[in-house]
Ligand binder design. Structure first.
Ligand code: OVM
Length: 399
């Protein structure tokens, strides 16, 4: 018995994986935050947290909110999981620290710095082409094109083998949620791509100088066992593409609907360098991730049962008025430190420097040439159980 009385989490009937929730999550986020520090989502029999303080605390307490049972709604300890777990995202220390260290070296600051000239040349080339067209789709012609080109080159995936990456990720990010209509549809649509994606993780399929090859080199050097290399390549291919596609699409949308904020980027290169973090605070590509309680837990005065999934609403935490001033406002001069769009704690995004570099260089290339982005058709969202992203975003650039 604990000395302090514990209450049960209030029950909420909201379905966070419904069409209406993903169409406009923000009113639901407010209800979830206002209901309490921890809520019980009766539809799925899971806990949820949507306030900044609790999400941040849970992300930084891996012993209480473990990842080893998977980052999705399914408990991967219980067998018949459709996919092998990620050996970095979905494991706890000590194994986590060994695999993380390998990726940390591959994706280190100096390593990312070396990418800059090639990333910059490609940003200039692509943006010059888009600006000369005047009107384009910011998803099909930009957000999907640039990461596939520059990150595909950096990892060492041959050009002709990249088509599987986005359909695979779309399905994978759906698979963190329940087996609903969109998850099933993405499985149907992805057909052969799972096999192609796994084939792409083999050493012989990767160029000899990219991140993929460097992961195999870590195995050669005995820093991880040889059987772990393909799995770590799979993590990079899973996490490194559709996330930035979402973030870059959301960025162009953000600039189109907040023209005053785009002016700030044009006027001050320093704003352009930090804009992406505010954009992903405001429209977080990864909306949610799960953790699991390994035992009964007392957290913020609330009793949580053992072996329960806990849905962390990262995007709701990023707009919690208990933490942020005027959180629904995109404010590129805001101090965004502490946002949880990249997560926090031991699993914090390991590729964030790549994502920031892609955004910074694209924004700089546009800032030289473009006064404003205008929507020329209705943006269409791509519904996904984890990602907030667009299927189509027709825009015109004003020069
Ligand atoms: C992984 C993985 C997959 C998807 C997302 C992610 C955002 C990681 O396989 O490690 O992090």
């Amino acid at each position: 018995m604990s000395a302090i009385a514990e209450i049960d989490a209030p029950t909420i009937a909201i379905n966070p994986f419904s069409e209406s929730f993903s169409d406009d999550p923000y009113p639901f986020h407010e209800q979830l935050r206002d209901a309490g520090p921890v809520v019980w989502l009766s539809k799925y029999g899971i806990y949820g947290m949507a306030r900044y303080a609790e999400v941040q605390a849970a992300l930084n307490d891996w012993q209480t909110f473990m990842s080893g049972a998977g980052a999705g709604i399914q408990d991967l300890r219980k067998g018949n999981a459709w996919r092998p777990r990620s050996i970095v995202l979905e494991v706890d220390p000590p194994l986590h620290d060994e695999t993380r260290a390998v990726l940390a070296r591959v994706l280190s600051g100096p390593a990312i710095k070396k990418l800059r000239p090639a990333f910059e040349a490609e940003a200039e080339r692509l943006v010059e082409d888009l600006v000369s067209r005047g009107t384009f789709d910011a998803v099909d012609d930009l957000a999907m094109v640039y990461p596939l080109k520059v990150m595909g080159d950096a990892v060492g995936v041959p050009l002709q083998d990249r088509e599987c990456l986005l359909p695979f990720s779309n399905m994978l990010f759906n698979s963190f949620g329940p087996e609903n209509d969109i998850f099933r549809q993405s499985i149907t649509e992805s057909g052969a791509v799972v096999k192609q994606l796994f084939a792409q993780c083999e050493r012989a399929a990767l160029s000899p100088d990219g991140f993929g090859a460097q992961i195999y080199q870590a195995a050669d050097e005995g820093r991880i066992s040889a059987d772990k290399a393909p799995s770590l390549v799979r993590s990079v291919l899973s996490a490194g593409f559709d996330t930035t596609v979402a973030g870059l699409g959301n960025a162009i949308y953000a600039f189109a609907v907040n023209p005053d904020q785009w002016q700030l980027v044009r006027e001050d290169p320093a704003v352009g360098r930090t804009a992406f973090d505010e954009i992903i605070r405001w429209e977080s590509p990864v909306q949610t991730f799960f953790r699991t309680t390994p035992r009964a837990v007392a957290f913020e005065g609330v009793h949580l049962e053992a072996d329960r999934k806990v849905l962390l609403f990262l995007a709701a935490a990023n707009r919690d008025p208990r933490h942020w001033d005027n959180p629904d406002r995109l404010d590129l001069r805001r101090k965004t430190i502490g946002h949880v769009a990249f997560g926090s704690g031991i699993h914090v995004c390991i590729g964030m420097m790549v994502a920031r570099l892609e955004a910074e260089l694209l924004f700089a290339a546009f800032a030289k040439r473009v006064k404003a982005f205008e929507l020329v058709g209705a943006p269409r969202r791509r519904r996904n159980n984890t990602l907030r992203t667009f299927a189509s975003l027709p825009v015109r650039v004003v020069c």
